[in-house]
Design a protein around this ligand. Structure first.
Ligand SMILES: NC(=O)c1ccc[n+]([C@@H]2O[C@H](COP(=O)([O-])OP(=O)(O)OC[C@H]3O[C@@H](n4cnc5c(N)ncnc54)[C@H](O)[C@@H]3O)[C@@H](O)[C@H]2O)c1
Length: 251
């Protein structure tokens, strides 16, 4: 272990679980957090069974009280904290004219406000340590627009703004803040319900066919980029929004 604890939100499944596993293999102690307690417990147990260090915590990133309480507990147990991966996110395809205010507010509450609450709760601990990294999981939808995903896209643009502002405000104190913009990965977000289609694989294949490399992305593709941005090899990189999308979008 490298003496550095990283908190990963939404780490009970999908990309967050893959990122948590990879960071643990890299030597980090990982605080596996998720709103789904069983998923968090199971992901952390899987990491420990592989011989690495992980603990599970139930944390709803959209609930300010939950964020405050759980970060205080993690900081007490695992201090001094080193990193935060704001990964928890939700989204489902919805025609813009059918979007309800409550849908808009909910997706912002988890994807954007959640990252704000987490960053504000964790940053004082990174400042105490005098170094640290925040990684925000945005999306290709944070750099471009996609029909049916206007609300989601707005939240993912927002966290790139959060990333850039925090990178400038806290860079002088040794804190790096970056964003990762994954392309398309077959997690729960790519299920029929979220994609509003009986054939989500066709949507996936269409996006993959438009990329420079001609393929979709795997959880491992995203986890290895996250590992780079958390680790010492990226010590001179802050304020970037790195696309991991097989070359779908060159901005
Ligand atoms: N899968 C993709 O193609 C893709 C592409 C680009 C970006 N992303 C982003 O990657 C991140 C992870 O997505 P995924 O594909 O792994 O999705 P997923 O649905 O497989 O996993 C999301 C996890 O977040 C948890 N979660 C949901 N609401 C939460 C809350 N309020 N508080 C804490 N945890 C919560 C869920 O329980 C789940 O474990 C999201 O931010 C998503 O927007 C995914």
């Amino acid at each position: 272990m490298n003496g550095k604890t990283v908190i990963v939100t939404g780490a009970g499944g999908g990309l967050g679980k893959g990122i948590a596993q990879r960071l643990a293999q890299d030597g980090f102690s990982v605080a596996v957090t998720d709103v789904d307690s069983l998923a968090a417990e199971s992901a952390a147990a899987g990491i420990r069974d592989s011989g690495y260090d992980a603990s599970a915590y139930v944390l709803d990133v959209s609930d300010a009280a939950s964020v405050t309480d759980v970060i205080a507990t993690i900081a007490e147990t695992e201090a001094p904290l080193y990193g935060l991966v704001n990964n928890a996110g939700i989204g489902r395809a919805t025609p813009f004219l059918e979007l309800q205010l409550k849908d808009w507010e909910r997706v912002f509450a988890v994807n954007s406000t959640g990252a704000f609450l987490m960053s504000q709760a964790v940053l004082p601990h990174l400042l105490d340590r005098g170094e640290g990294v925040i990684l925000n999981i945005s999306s290709i939808a944070g750099k471009d627009g996609f029909p049916l995903w206007v609300h989601y896209s707005a939240t993912k643009h927002a966290i790139i703004g959060l990333t850039r502002g925090l990178a400038r405000e806290f860079g002088p104190q040794g804190i790096r803040v970056n964003a990762l913009c994954p392309g398309a990965i077959k997690t729960a977000i790519w299920g029929s319900e979220a994609q509003a289609t009986d054939d989500p694989d066709t949507v996936f294949d269409l996006l993959a066919s438009r990329t420079a490399l001609g393929r979709g992305q795997s959880v491992e593709d995203i986890a290895s980029a996250a590992s780079f941005l958390l680790g010492p090899e990226s010590s001179n990189i802050t304020g970037v929004a790195l696309s991991v999308d097989s070359g779908l979008n060159f901005s």
